[in-house]
Design a protein around this ligand. Structure first.
Ligand SMILES: NC(=O)c1ccc[n+]([C@@H]2O[C@H](COP(=O)([O-])OP(=O)(O)OC[C@H]3O[C@@H](n4cnc5c(N)ncnc54)[C@H](O)[C@@H]3O)[C@@H](O)[C@H]2O)c1
Length: 343
């Protein structure tokens, strides 16, 4: 168990202060809002260290994670770098005795997750993933309505995101860096799904279309798949699917459709539709979703470290979507569904 401290005693640092979505700045702001003390930034790009020094005057800046770990006393480190670096950097930080938050996805393979979890347990350090979308207004409202019985027993969850178009020339489109087309938004949509279907996972079937866009991107044969599709079977009989596509001529903005025995609940980030039946009549209720509460992620981390409150996003919870994605890739290669190691 982590030693109990005051939140302000927890000095925090980030590795990766990228400009694409200003995630490093966002993490430090949310950590500070939770009462912790921003102290250090490491990034291999000197321009991003300059940006950090402007955003947080007086903050320590380091050109590498190794130098930060050698010279800085930060006790909690958030890793906000491309996906293929998560496991290596997390292990480096855990072995240096730091608590670690890794951006999503937790890692790319189950074996990487296992090694990180072993190191955290050995050093008795916190290990978690920044699943901020656990607190998206759309999923909080969906879970509340579905658990209250609004659509009866959940039969299936289908999550889609995609449009037709060439993948960008950023690292997210490289299979070896990102993990593949399912690893970016896919982990968020799987994490939504696991909140809706509260049952053990039994097996995973994965399917990919590759090669259509590859000649047209800078990553060539290392380009992400054009489309990824997975099917998860759960104990108790429910199933879920996830499809992320660059071939979807009928675009979908991260839509989740939950089918139950008495109705359906369809939502995206902004809107929802509840479709139920009164006698022979179909009743459709539409509306907007409440605001997201992403600040709760670091409030929970600070509460855990300072007051021993239970951690919501445990390393084992974060391993679940990665395990499914890892099995998806293996299943697609094997041409058959594969059983899970972790339920
Ligand atoms: N949770 C969310 O809502 C959300 C949103 C956007 C991005 N992300 C995640 O954040 C992570 C980073 O994405 P991004 O959009 O910020 O990428 P980015 O390319 O904007 O930034 C990555 C930064 O990491 C730095 N970097 C790379 N390797 C490094 C290393 N070994 N040591 C130190 N610095 C290193 C780069 O120089 C760059 O500044 C990814 O895991 C991504 O999936 C999450």
């Amino acid at each position: 168990m982590p030693r109990r401290v005051r939140p302000s005693d927890i000095e925090v640092g980030v590795i990766g202060y990228g400009g694409a979505f200003n995630m490093g700045r966002g993490h430090l702001q949310e950590m500070a809002a939770a009462g912790m003390t921003p102290k250090a930034v490491a990034d291999t790009d000197p321009r991003r260290l300059e940006a950090a020094a402007k955003d947080f005057p007086g903050i320590e800046t380091y050109p590498s994670a190794a130098e930060m770990l050698r010279k800085s006393a930060v006790s909690l480190v958030a890793i906000i770098t491309p996906h293929n670096t998560h496991a290596r950097l997390a292990l480096q930080c855990l072995r240096a005795g730091r608590h670690v938050v890794v951006e999503k996805p937790f890692a790319i393979t189950t074996a990487e997750c296992d090694a990180m979890i072993r190191a955290a347990r050995k050093g008795r350090r916190l290990l978690s993933t920044y699943h901020n979308r656990h607190w998206d207004g759309c999923i909080l409202q969906a879970v509340k309505r579905i658990r209250s019985g609004a659509i009866g027993e959940v039969v299936r969850v289908e999550a889609h995101m995609g449009s037709w178009g060439r993948p960008g020339d950023w690292w997210r489109s490289s299979k070896s860096i990102s993990g593949g087309i399912l690893y970016d938004w896919g982990v968020h949509l799987l994490e939504y799904t696991f909140q809706i279907i509260d049952a053990d996972i039994v097996e995973v079937s994965g399917h990919f279309k590759t090669g259509f866009w590859a000649p047209k991107t800078k990553w060539k044969s290392d380009t992400n798949e054009d489309e990824g599709f997975l099917l998860v079977r759960y104990a108790g009989g429910a199933w879920s699917t996830l499809c992320i596509s660059h071939l979807d001529s009928n675009p979908k903005p991260g839509q989740v459709e939950v089918t139950g025995t008495k109705g359906s609940y369809v939502f995206d980030y902004r809107t929802y539709q509840l479709i139920t039946h009164r006698g022979p009549a179909t009743v459709v209720t539409k509306g907007g979703n409440p605001p997201s509460q992403h600040a709760k992620y670091y409030q929970n981390v600070a509460d855990h470290l300072s007051r021993g409150r239970p951690l919501v996003i445990t390393a084992e919870w974060a391993r679940r979507p990665v395990h499914v994605l890892d099995l998806t890739c293996r299943s697609a290669a094997a041409g058959r569904a594969l059983p899970v190691k972790y339920k």
